[in-house]
Design a binder for this molecule. Sequence first.
Ligand SMILES: Nc1nc2c(c(=O)[nH]1)N[C@@H](CN(C=O)c1ccc(C(=O)N[C@@H](CCC(=O)O)C(=O)O)cc1)CN2
Length: 278
Amino acid sequence: MGTILDGAGLAKKIKGELHEKVKKLNKKPGLVVLLLGENPASKVYVKHKEMDAEEIGFLSKIERLPVTTTEEELLDCIERYNQNDDYHGILVQLPLPEHINEEKVLLAIRPEKDVDGFHPMNIGRLVSGNPLMTPCTPYGIMELLEEYKIELSGKTAVVIGRSNIVGKPIATLLTAKNATVTIAHSKTKNLAEVAKSADILVVAIGVAEMVDKSFVKKGAVVIDVGMNRNAEGKLVGDVKFDEVAPLASFITPVPRGVGPMTRAMLMKQTLEAFERTL
Ligand SMILES: Nc1nc2c(c(=O)[nH]1)N[C@@H](CN(C=O)c1ccc(C(=O)N[C@@H](CCC(=O)O)C(=O)O)cc1)CN2
């Protein structure tokens, strides 16, 4: 049985350290989360972010906007927070309703306040090796790998999934640590065979328990980014945990793996955004 990478435990430690730093400040760092509509999962994630921010001692606000909000109204709202010096981090919860152009919205957030790291300027900086803000899920994965002293240099990494928020940036971060990275996706031929070549396997496909033991080399490090509800309504990852864990050297659980680390990195980047204003 592989070692379980305790994302929840590490996230708790990081949030405790942030709290200690915030206690010493004269002003509270501020985080605003913009939530459009009533997506049940998004509502839970946003609530968790609010709880984390309050626990650490941030000024925390959720702007709950109706699903009928127009793109122009959303852009106006973002601009108000761009101009508001009490808020150092602005985040728009994804996914957005279909009538809103996600690219336009992410471009509207000032890069210095883009604590999600999704603004094209922040993506460009990440790719060129001079990051300002890093997408929180990939950042959290890298912190977890570092905490457990998992060697990356010279290792073969396969990332299944090519999203802008996870697949592409984690591939960039692993490459920066000298891993040899392949990005695989729904059109990849012989996906299980490609995955099985990996020393480090990152799975971010959004299909419940799709990755079974046929995808995993003995001794591989398996990072499961998936967050799905199975037929019984239980939260499961993209990896069949019980089948894969005995093969892996390290593996993240779902829940309590990558998810809490995503939130911890959001808090870390909010404090850093605040510190840059001092
Ligand atoms: N603006 C953003 N939108 C979205 C992001 C993001 O990084 N920025 N990522 C995902 C959702 N997400 C953060 O928003 C997220 C999802 C889940 C968790 C988490 O802590 N999960 C827990 C379990 C939660 C539960 O019980 O449902 C866990 O894994 O232990 C954190 C962040 C899409 N949108």
